[in-house]
Write a protein that binds this ligand. Structure first.
Ligand code: GLN
Length: 496
């Protein structure tokens, strides 16, 4: 096995026993990038200080100061602020923005001894499902470079899948960690809203945005979550709950496969209708059958009827919040500024005209419209009310207070289809938006969900989404881990 193919926990063992050094590991990662980056375009920038960070990590390891992430190469989505390292959000607007501070998640990874090899490509301002909305270049799916890697964290998912880095961070507003994880056959977790600080994450839709890991297996996902989760006084939405050791729920005796006895899993039928590709349906049903074999009690007849409103609700609330968040890009404070304008208003208009791409403009217009006088009650307020109904429906499924059906988790496909072709949905925003039908309701409810590799259809990856009640990441990881131990999907690598 090549060094760049290692998982975090495998690399950690070798670093700890001093069989390899962080410099060797980082060089392997950079070498892999030089081989495949031209084919996948996962990065916006590669950071030059990575070798000196690796040397510093080796020094720490020599002194016996080692955490599970010390010396391990990571890629960070380009919407998280990195002090002194350009952070573009894949937008012309921030093309030369160099943040003066680190996001809290970045600070935490630095304290754990990370080696950052680069910043990954994304849909501009995280708006999109294919990474084609990047102002710089699309990212390509390593399983088939004619297809999209998903989005908006497509660069992070692709970089992990193709072994350019050992793990990555992404952000998820309506599916942007889970959908690309599914499309690239890696593990991606969107934590509960409030579990991970978003301080220093460039805001898209503040009531939905969450940061989470993209990793090669479930154990790595738990390791990264341990480091990034927890209260942060600089993010008022982060919750002061204690952080459990997420790796604890994964321990099992070496000669047994962990089981799922005592867990109740529901399969909501609304996620298996309209638009789902037949191969995807089959793969997920087979995977759920596996969960039953592992001892889970599976109820195939669950209904979450408000699911069908989630897309409409999301595409009112997210653009509304985005239109407010993106008002700050005025060419005065920071970011791109159009210099040849005749007047202040002209400068403002031209800054936004040239700084933002078409999808971002579409969202700003949708949001401004939904929030404007006379339409606010009809759109934004109504969407907020339906959001409450969607959230209650999930609460009900996890508490069983009225139907007596109480579930520890719900399982669905992550996406209704396998990765689609580049360009296939670019002229049809509604089709693009529909690729997130399975992930949006979860974001609206603020609950956690993980996507794990569950199989392939004609050589293209399919992800299974496991959804839980707020702060039940341990249960999700336990289910995901048991499934992973019983299957081989996570071991498959794209041939590129
Ligand atoms: N694809 C969805 C959108 O375009 C979700 C994006 C995200 O989660 N950042 O808004």
């Amino acid at each position: 096995m090549e060094l760049c193919q290692l998982t975090i926990h495998q690399a950690h063992e070798l670093l700890k026993s001093r069989e390899i050094s962080s410099v060797e590991l980082t060089k392997a990662s950079l070498e892999r990038i030089s081989q495949v980056e031209e084919k996948v375009h996962a990065f916006v920038s590669i950071s030059s200080p990575s070798i000196s960070q690796a040397e510093a990590s080796d020094e720490m390891i020599r002194k016996g100061e080692i955490t599970l992430l010390t010396g391990i190469p990571v890629a960070i989505k380009d919407n998280m602020c990195t002090q002194g390292v350009r952070t573009t959000c894949s937008s012309r607007m921030l093309e030369s923005f160099v943040p003066p501070y680190n996001a809290t998640v970045v600070e935490r990874l630095i304290s754990a001894g990370m080696v950052m090899v680069g910043k990954t490509n994304m849909d501009e301002f995280a708006m999109g499902s294919s990474t084609e909305n990047s102002a710089f270049s699309p990212t390509y799916n390593p399983w088939d470079v004619g297809r999209v890697p998903g989005g908006s964290s497509g660069g992070s998912a692709s970089a992990v899948a193709v072994d350019e880095v050992i793990y990555a961070l992404g952000s998820d507003t309506g599916g942007s960690i889970r959908q690309p994880a599914g499309f690239c056959s890696v593990v991606g977790l969107k934590p509960t809203y409030g579990r991970v600080s978003r301080y220093g994450l460039i805001a898209f839709a503040s009531s939905l945005d969450q940061i989470g890991p993209l990793t090669k297996d479930v154990t790595d996902c738990a390791i990264v979550l341990n480091v990034i989760a927890g209260h942060d006084p600089r993010d008022a939405t982060s919750v002061p709950y204690p952080v459990p050791d997420y790796t604890q729920s994964l321990l099992h005796n070496a000669d047994t496969i962990p089981d799922l006895k005592g867990l109740r899993i529901g399969v909501p039928r609304e996620y298996f209708v309209a638009g789902i590709q037949s191969g995807v349906d089959e793969v997920i049903r087979t995977a759920i059958g596996k969960l039953a074999e592992l001892g889970a009690e599976v109820d195939w007849d669950v209904s979450l009827p408000h699911t069908s409103y989630a897309l409409s609700v999301y595409y009112i609330i997210a653009p509304s919040e985005a239109s407010a968040n993106l008002a700050r890009y005025d060419g005065v404070k920071y970011g791109f500024s159009y210099q040849e304008a005749g007047s202040m208003w002209d400068a403002l208009e031209k800054t936004r005209q040239f700084g933002f791409g078409p999808e971002v403009k579409r969202r700003i217009m949708l949001g401004t419209y939904a929030l404007s006088a006379g339409y606010y009650d009809a759109y934004y307020l109504k969407a907020q009310k339906v959001r409450t109904l969607i959230r209650r429906e999930f609460d009900e499924a996890f508490s069983g207070s009225t139907t007596k059906k109480r579930f520890d988790a719900l399982v669905t496909p992550t996406s209704p289809t396998v990765p689609f072709e580049l360009g296939e949905k670019m002229d049809d925003p509604l089709q693009m938006y529909l690729s997130d039908v399975c992930t949006l309701p979860i974001s609206i409810a603020g609950v956690p969900a993980i996507s794990i590799p569950a199989g392939f259809v004609n050589g293209l990856p399919v992800g299974m989404q496991i959804i839980g009640k707020p702060f039940s990441e341990e249960t999700l990881l336990r289910i995901a881990y048991a499934y992973e131990q019983a299957t081989e999907w996570h071991k498959m690598r794209p041939l590129i």
